[in-house]
Structures are given as structure tokens and as C-alpha cells.
Design a binder for this molecule. Structure first.
Ligand SMILES: [Mn+2]
Length: 332
């Protein structure tokens, strides 16, 4: 499984690593652990993303190794790279944002390591395992398969990647292998409490109150099988919250008994709406957002759609209702 990638690592010196737009814990954990592994092997590595590191994940990157893509600053680095890694992102160069165009044109060998069920024809080598709960699991497997040293800092970022992508070990892809890996990570000295606190207990009062606002506005439909809510830019401003801080808002409706699908519509600039869908795993909802150029997993998916917040949300509600009509309640 890892043979081609191991050879690519062994036979080259200059690496660039990137991931999807709005990087999450798994994206960053995968990038940082892979970068450290490569550096331990004496390689030259630059992590470059289209977006800045979200504030809440700065603790993973105290040495500021994750760079934000700008031209012409990183043009030469990208052109001179021998291998480009795309981690936790598949589906094409668009997924990685503005840096995608530069990477696409680079002459480097392109490698994708991911767990999303999206096409990988944009790279030369791909390891895709949709059974993996997190890309961080795959990076761990790669490091181990190469006999690489697993340091505490690598264990820390991989642990953060795994807990965030598994929703603290509750999402359906969480497996015995996930827990085997985590056992190894903890044995390196990772603190579950400290990591949890860094990720989930650093909110501003505005953010917590905004959560309350959203929960108050939540509406149930389709006999309580759908919970939906929206958030516009003005409300965000009122609470002093940034779009990038809304991690977890899409799953708020999942606390309600009987809710199978949550629809969260978020107004974003330029007349667009970001739709996030969550399902209780009794129904695959990623087909709905694929129509709009979105993607994701069967139980967690999203898309950015042009249009008015209310109209777009209503359109998605109707699509989910239609899907529920043809999908009887059977656990997948
Ligand atoms: Mn992931």
C-alpha cells in the first residue's frame, strides 16, 4: 500500500505539503506529522496552505511551520519541489484553494493521501482509504510502514487530527485500528485532557452565546427527522464571531432525539451560502451536495452554493425531505 510513496520519499529531497481550504484538525495533524517525518529523514519540507492556520489550532504549530500561500513568495519553492503531497483532500486542485493552480502546473510528482471518497485523477500516486476515520490514521500508518520514529510532537498532532475527525471517537469510521493508533499516541505522552481543552474549551463568550442563539432558532420538520437553522453575516457580527470559528455548529441539531439529518445554512460573502449536512448514519446525504459541486462523507458533507440564504436552505430542505421519503429508516 505504501511502497510507491515510500520510494518517492526515499528518492527525493524537496517536498511541499498542502491540504484543503479551511484546514481542520485532521488536515493540519496530517500535514505536520508528515512534515516532521520527512524532516527526520533529512528532507527539505514546506507546508503551504491557501488559508491561514485557524486560531484554535495554533497550539499544534508552535514553531509556525504552516505557511499561508502567497505569490510570488512561494512560487520558486513550488516550482523546485520534487514531490507535492496533498493530504486530507481529494476531488481535484480546486479543493486546496488558490494554491491549486500553482501546484497543478508544477513538475513535481503529485501524491494524494486521503480518506474522502472523491476522485484522485489529479495526482500521480494516491492512497485513498475511505475506511480510515482520519487522514491522520493514514499518515501514522505511512510513518510506521517506513520504520520512522514517532515523536511526541508527531503523536500530539496526529491525536488532534483523530479526535477531531472522529468527533471524539463517535463517528462511524472509528475502528479498532483507530484505537490501536491512539494507544500508541498516548504512550508517547499525549495528554487527552490538555488536547481536548486546547481544541474545545477556548471559546469566546460571544461564540458560546451565538451557539445559544442558533439553538433557539432551530426548527424541526419532516416529523422531527430534519433539524435546520441558518446564520447570516449580521448575526455573526453582532456576536463578534468569525466564520472560521463555527466548527461544530452543523452538529448542534444532532443532540435531538429522532433527528436524522441536520441542515445548517451559513451566509458567506459574495452572495453565497455554505450548506453543511450531518446525518445519523441512517441515510447518506453526500449525494445531495454533489449536485452543487460539494462533497464529503455519507454522514457529513457540505457545499458552497450561490444564492440567498433562506432560498438555498429551503431548496436543500426539500431535497433532504425527498431523500428521506425514499430512504426507510435502516441503519447503514
Ligand atoms: Mn479528514
Amino acid at each position: 500500500m505504501w511502497q510507491k510513496i515510500s520510494s518517492a520519499i526515499e528518492n527525493n529531497q524537496k517536498f511541499v505539503i498542502t491540504t484543503h481550504v479551511n484546514p481542520d484538525g485532521d488536515a493540519l495533524g496530517s500535514e505536520l506529522a508528515l512534515a516532521e517525518h520527512l524532516r527526520n529523514l533529512g528532507k527539505k519540507v514546506t507546508i503551504i496552505n491557501s488559508d491561514t492556520l485557524p486560531y484554535g489550532y495554533r497550539f499544534l504549530d508552535r514553531r509556525r511551520k504552516v505557511k499561508k500561500y502567497t505569490t510570488p513568495k512561494y512560487t520558486a519553492v513550488i516550482q523546485q519541489a520534487e514531490v507535492i503531497f496533498v493530504v486530507d483532500a481529494s476531488g481535484g486542485w480546486k479543493r486546496v484553494g488558490p494554491i491549486g493552480d500553482a501546484l497543478k502546473q508544477a513538475k513535481a510528482l503529485k501524491i494524494c493521501i486521503d480518506h474522502h471518497p472523491d476522485p484522485v485523477d489529479f495526482v500521480d500516486i494516491a492512497v485513498i482509504d475511505t475506511n480510515a476515520a482520519a487522514a491522520s490514521e493514514l499518515i501514522y500508518d505511512l510513518i510506521v510502514s517506513m520504520g520512522g520514529e514517532l515523536t511526541l510532537s508527531m503523536a500530539q498532532v496526529l491525536y488532534a487530527g483523530i479526535i477531531t475527525d472522529t468527533g471524539n471517537f463517535r463517528f462511524p469510521k472509528t475502528s479498532p485500528h483507530t484505537h490501536h493508533i491512539v494507544a500508541e499516541l498516548l504512550s508517547k505522552g499525549v495528554s487527552p485532557l490538555e488536547t481536548y481543552s486546547q481544541i474545545y474549551q477556548q471559546a469566546s463568550v460571544g461564540l458560546v452565546q451565538l451557539r445559544g442563539h442558533v439553538m433557539n432558532s432551530m426548527t424541526l420538520t419532516a416529523d422531527g427527522q430534519i433539524a435546520y437553522y441558518t446564520l447570516d453575516q449580521e448575526t455573526l457580527k453582532d456576536y463578534g464571531v468569525k466564520t472560521s470559528e463555527l466548527d461544530g455548529f452543523a452538529s448542534l441539531g444532532q443532540e435531538i432525539k429522532g433527528v436524522r439529518v441536520v441542515i445548517f445554512g451559513l451566509e458567506i460573502p459574495k452572495g453565497r451560502v455554505k450548506i453543511s449536512l450531518r446525518s445519523d448514519n441512517s441515510i447518506a446525504i453526500n449525494s445531495i451536495v454533489m449536485e452543487y459541486g460539494g462533497g464529503g462523507h455519507p454522514s457529513a458533507a457540505g457545499a458552497t452554493i450561490n444564492g440567498n440564504l433562506q432560498w438555498v436552505t429551503v431548496e436543500i430542505i426539500e431535497k433532504v425531505k425527498a431523500l428521506l421519503d425514499v430512504t426507510p429508516l435502516v441503519t447503514l
